[in-house]
Design a protein around this ligand. Sequence first.
Ligand code: CTP
Length: 414
Amino acid sequence: MTTCAEPVMPPSLRGKKILFGVCGSIAAFKAAGWVHALTKEGAEVTVLMTAAATRFVTPLTFAALSGRPAHTNMFADGMSHIALPAAADAVLIAPATAQTLARLAHGMADDLLSASVLACAAPVLLCPAMNSKMLAHPATQKNLAALREFGYAIAEPECGLLACGEEGAGRLAEWNSVRELLLGLLTAQDMAGQQVLITAGPTREPLDPARFLSNRSSGKMGYALARTAKRRGAAITLVSGPTALEPPPGVTLVRVETALEMAEAVSRHAQAASIVVKAAAVADFRAAAFSAQKIKKTTAEPLLELAVNPDILATLGRSRRDDQLLIGFAAESGNHEAEGKRKLLAKKADLIVVNDILGSSTGFDVDTNQVTLITLDSVEQLDLLSKEETADRIWDKALLLLANKRRRHGTEPV
Ligand code: CTP
């Protein structure tokens, strides 16, 4: 077993070669920020601009931000419309205007950007931005449908106040969701077809209108599991207790407060899931009775009577399908392996992920974790890793266990 002192960086776009197309829209100023963010993350960004784009932001801006010349002219430097896309890991076009979408949908090659896309074998992500009527026009919709059919990914434009002063759909998508889509395009889709149910965060058990019982879970591990599985192509339902986290784009989010609400949401969604991960820190107890009035400190006997919450994971363990993979967590402050094994057997899980809640880089609300993966026949301690990296290792293990399970049940060829 090895451990490393420094946590690894979260999965990133470091070293990825991104061909970044900019078109003529006022949202081109946002593209400058995205080029800056990508470059800061270590991506190698080469910017291609349409003639209209140069009316909004100068090539010098993009050259300075990316550290590379921004290309605008098909005839300036030989075969750049072939050489540039050949070197790209992915193409990102933002903002993608109605004009450029039309050019690409019709396979046109009359400027450097459209010719480069035509000559490109790498995945393409389009981020449309335009007036809502232009977006809604059947011509644009038909072009978008054709582009989807070509296999291009589309970052759906958002609703809101547009630069023209109108309200509606057509705003450039937010960078965080575009970054996730881009990471997805650059990640092997080895979880495609998996329906994954994940619980995350704490539960909150109300005592009176002002107070509740809860715990220190931030939800970061469960959200990292959702984000990474989504990138790997899975369909995700995330049942989340109260957290301050932004939900990963593209997941079905079910918000709950109490353990009973979480139990109900899990039982509603578990049947359809091929993998269930209980990363939530479920409160074991709730108030035996909720006080509709605030409990006063002058109360004669300040005693709190508790009732035991159902164990959601153990309930799933009793009713799960044979071909379903059940993963639990064990938050421990001692006897990690023994406790993990005990919970694995008691809750009939396939895998228990044990984490040390006392460690300063493995406990609550930090971005790193060091876990032990316990199955019926293996114990594997992972290095200190980012929570996203830990999540990826858990998914690697889950896919292995699922494949073994299917082999045993004869539902997959050996
Ligand atoms: N869990 C659950 N329902 C509960 C309590 C726990 O589904 N009422 C799940 C957690 O989501 C986790 C696993 O059970 O996947 C272990 O949770 P943990 O809090 O470590 O253990 P407990 O079973 O609650 O036991 P203890 O608190 O005594 O260690």
